[in-house]
Write a protein that binds this ligand. Structure first.
Ligand code: ADP
Ligand code: ADP
Length: 230
């Protein structure tokens, strides 16, 4: 169960040239792990995240997600798997600026066909769980960066995914908000969520239980830490 990548490659053609963004990656992530993927710019982190997150398919190799082969799914099937299993958090929060925190969090439930009252009730409960009960009605531009990211985390949780994927989630935050956000990921992990985050900041990666380092499309180190985050 969990995630098993076997010999994953992802190649991009640029004119006559082919670039291997991933050059043969094998990796197992068990349910309930808290993993940071590190590496310099251009090393293949985003490409790996796009594949792990079912946003894109590999050029070759196998990707088993909960025992289902997803490397060969159609776009529709891939989207279905993604919406069911994975919540996303981004560096720039990706909130809708014209609707409240509450509505931002409730929005994914519209596509799930859930009635408005139920949507707002669920969104309120999740906002409360990330410490934003009193900010429900605020618009994104009335919130701090750390608060916006908490709204984004609440939105990622609304469909009850088992996996949270975060791409540089603290990249636009000051160090105190970064610590808060990493603590929320730590708490979610304690509650059983699998957390996979991409970062190029060593301090942030150290909050995870396992640090995978990527370079030139290959995994160059994979360290499991004994000590959990502080
Ligand atoms: P990182 O996230 O670590 O910065 P990326 O996964 O974005 O790395 O990129 C890895 C390599 O693949 C880089 O050389 C990048 O230029 C190339 N690459 C990524 N996406 C594309 C694309 N859509 N088309 C062409 N080349 C790409
Ligand atoms: P990050 O800031 O996470 O390292 P990048 O800026 O390297 O990400 O890339 C962001 C996205 O842009 C990637 O997911 C990839 O799809 C695309 N991309 C990266 N490099 C290229 C490229 N050389 N040509 C086309 N698209 C690219």
């Amino acid at each position: 169960m969990g995630i098993i990548l076997k010999d994953i490659t992802k190649c991009y053609r640029i004119g006559e040239e082919t670039v291997a963004a991933l050059a043969g990656v094998s990796l197992e992530i068990k349910n309930g792990e808290f993993v940071a993927i590190m590496g310099p710019s251009g090393s293949g982190k985003s490409t790996m995240m796009n594949i792990l997150g079912c946003l894109d398919r590999p050029t070759s190799g196998s990707y088993l997600l909960e025992e289902q082969e997803v490397a060969t799914l159609t776009d529709d099937e891939l989207a279905k798997t993604r919406n069911k299993r994975i919540g996303f958090v981004f560096q720039n929060f990706n909130l809708l600026s014209r609707v409240s925190a509450w509505e931002n969090v409730a929005l994914p439930l519209v596509y799930a066909g859930i009635a408005e009252k139920e949507r707002l009730n669920r969104a309120a409960a999740i906002l409360e769980s990330v410490g934003l009960a009193s900010r429900k009605q605020h618009m994104p531009n009335e919130l701090s960066g750390g608060q916006r990211q908490r709204v984004a985390i609440a939105r990622a949780l609304i469909n009850e995914p088992s996996i949270i994927m975060a791409d540089e989630p603290t990249g636009n935050l000051d160090s105190r908000s970064s610590v808060d956000i990493m603590r929320i990921f730590g708490d979610l992990n304690e509650q059983g969520k699998t957390i996979i985050l991409v970062t190029h900041e060593p301090d942030i990666a150290q909050s995870a239980k396992r640090v995978i380092t990527v370079r030139d499309g290959l995994i160059i180190s994979d360290e499991v830490k004994e000590q959990y985050y502080v």
